[in-house]
Ligand binder design. Sequence first.
Ligand code: SAM
Length: 223
Amino acid sequence: MPEKIKNLLELAPDERANLMITLLSKGISGKVLDVMKSIPREYFISSEHFAEAYHDKPLPIDNGQTISQPYTVGFMTDLLEVKPSDKILEIGTGSGYQALILFKLGAKVYSVERIQELFDRSVRTFFDFGCNGIHSILGDGSLGAPEYAPFDKIIVTAASPKVPQELKNQLSTGGIMVIPVGSRESQTMLKIKKINDSYFEKTEYSNFRFVPLIGSSGWNTNE
Ligand code: SAM
């Protein structure tokens, strides 16, 4: 493990362990928590927020975006039922934290980000963590990544007004999509399983609040 990451892991071991206990008590699986424990959240945030790195809340990253609340990351990862060698599409790379977790669970990850600065930074992040198996894509992820489809799993980490048809098309039969859908203020977490091209099984979970998915099948910037 690179020295920089090792040093960050030494910063707040007790706080990190306590957060994992909290998440376990909220129902997040041990398998996902083991991976979350191995990634220092300090890496993704500015030092002024270090004291809050292991609070269970979203934190700001650059360009007005956020790294999601740890509970939300764990919950969505569990809903995806990640298996080693799954081919997963993530929409909304942001800090790269969620993509790293999926990669460390053994998946082949394709991650799309629309903001150039965040995209550039995430490429450096994946390099720093020694992950050469994450494929970074710059563009409008509301349209998916048709050139790499189909995907076993799709995870959308921004709030969508609907389930984009393009993403449904790019999911394999038997595949799972996890996506927060609703208004810009509040979204219901959906787990969607593709039974066949015309039938999708949908399970609804509680409400979350994400930054908007901006794009052709998402929100307009000024909506
Ligand atoms: N998964 C991220 C992480 O682990 O840090 C958190 C994602 S943040 C809540 C949402 C991200 O979605 C932002 O970085 C935002 O720029 C990005 N985003 C919004 N609309 C997008 C789109 N159409 N395509 C790709 N990325 C988008």
